[in-house]
Design a protein around this ligand. Structure first.
Ligand code: AHE
Ligand code: ZN
Length: 391
């Protein structure tokens, strides 16, 4: 099929707020530095729902969503190194620009892009190379590889894993150990990796107190990773009482439901009280700007660090009294946990295979591709941690 247009099924979102519709689409062959992949499994992340709902200021429609996938390379365009047909791959949001073949040479890592200021900085996993076109829902040449009913369909996050075949930039894909079960490993494409990175790339968590706001997949991943690295106290916070058992199973030492606090008692004040002045580290895994504020203000004076992971809707802004920062609290954020996808995902797959990293524990639901919309409903029930879709 290399070089030919492929017809397959994809879940198309025709307009903001509309449900996904399974359609027959055409997928053009990959250009230079692009790879066409048969997606086998994909997770559904809240960011897919966020963009579907119309809250994402960068939303482009019609679109094929999905950014947490795994599959097999079907064909590659010119100048692609590191992956070849039938390689088992993970698709990751195009944040890292690291070539697979250089990943064992740390001294070269930061120069791989050779043109992007971000990659050259060595300070971030963000990469400027494909970000601009990715944000417009297009491939780097400003066009789409998808058509449906004669109309071009936008890409999403440089990934579009809700299609049986997708085309991605070679910087958005990484070959992994072929024995890895993709029906689980696909979840490393976003949520679990984000949580893992947010904790492991933050120095000082060992022996420290941590509070995690929100016990979805990200929050539970932060709890689990904090436990693994040796946090002394891990307080999980969620308004859904059913999350207590989940949080404790992942390693939380305490659970607080803000709805059960006395009338007028703010969660940050309660946490400061029970921790003798506040937490060493807090994490927002909700995307609510009020919760982000509470997470910052629950930090200990002088050194507490609060990390924003959740994605807030268009137009939302965070606020706090500047005195909170003047008195030594730090407000920071992270995308994809600071993880460089192509460099680090193969190692995370190995950690999973060696039982050092949980994935199976997050999978509460499985859906066939035709029922992908049910997977979106699952997310709203409060019972679903992650749903894996069999494509
Ligand atoms: N496009 C939105 C922002 C969406 C957003 O913040 N995405 C996060 C999480 S994606 C995984 O669920 C992210 O990492 N973004 C990095 C990037 O480069 O987009 C907006 O507000 O404009
Ligand atoms: Zn995501």
């Amino acid at each position: 099929t290399s070089g030919k247009v492929i017809k397959c099924k994809a879940a198309v979102c025709w307009a903001a707020g509309e449900p996904l519709k399974i359609e027959e689409i055409e997928v053009a062959p990959p250009n230079a530095h692009e790879v066409r992949v048969r997606i086998l499994y994909t997770g559904i992340c809240h960011t897919d729902e966020y963009t579907r709902s119309g809250k994402d200021p960068e939303g482009n429609f019609p679109v094929i969503l999905g950014h947490e996938g795994g599959g097999i390379v079907e064909s590659v365009g010119e100048d692609v190194t590191g992956v070849a047909p039938v390689c088992l791959v993970l698709i990751t949001p195009a944040l890292a620009l690291i070539h697979h073949d250089l990943r064992r040479e740390p001294s070269h890592r930061k120069q791989e892009c050779r043109e992007c200021k971000f990659c050259k900085s060595g300070k971030t996993n963000l990469c400027g190379k494909v970000r601009a076109t990715q944000g417009k829902g297009l491939m780097p040449d400003n066009t789409s590889r998808f058509t449906c009913k004669g109309q071009p369909i936008h890409h999403f996050m440089g990934t579009s894993t809700f299609s049986q075949y997708t085309v991605v930039a070679d910087v958005s894909i990484v070959a992994i150990n072929p024995i890895a079960p993709l029906d689980r490993a696909c979840l490393l494409g976003c949520g679990i990796t984000t949580a893992w990175g947010a904790v492991t790339k933050q120095p000082g968590i060992k022996g420290s107190s941590v509070a995690v706001f929100g016990c979805g997949a990200i929050g539970l991943g932060v709890i689990s990773t904090s436990s693994t690295v040796g946090a002394s106290r891990i307080i999980a916070i969620d308004t859904n009482p059913k999350k207590e058992a989940w949080a404790k199973q992942m390693g939380a030492t305490e659970f607080v439901n803000p709805m059960t606090l006395p009338e007028g008692k703010r969660i940050q004040d309660y946490l400061v009280e029970i921790t003798d002045g506040g937490l060493d580290f807090t994490f927002d895994a909700t995307g609510s700007v009020n919760v982000m504020r509470a997470a910052l203000e629950a930090c200990h004076k002088g050194w507490g660090v609060s990390t924003v992971i959740g994605v807030a809707a268009a137009g939302q802004e965070i606020s706090t009294r500047p005195f909170q920062l003047v008195t030594g609290r730090v407000w920071r954020g992270t995308a994809f946990g600071g993880v460089k996808g192509r460099t680090e995902l193969p190692g995370l797959v190995e950690d999973y295979l060696n039982k050092k990293l949980k994935i199976d524990e997050y999978i509460t639901h499985r859906r066939q591709f035709e029922d992908i919309s049910e997977g979106f409903h699952d997310m709203h029930t409060g019972e679903c941690i992650r749903c894996v879709v069999n494509m």
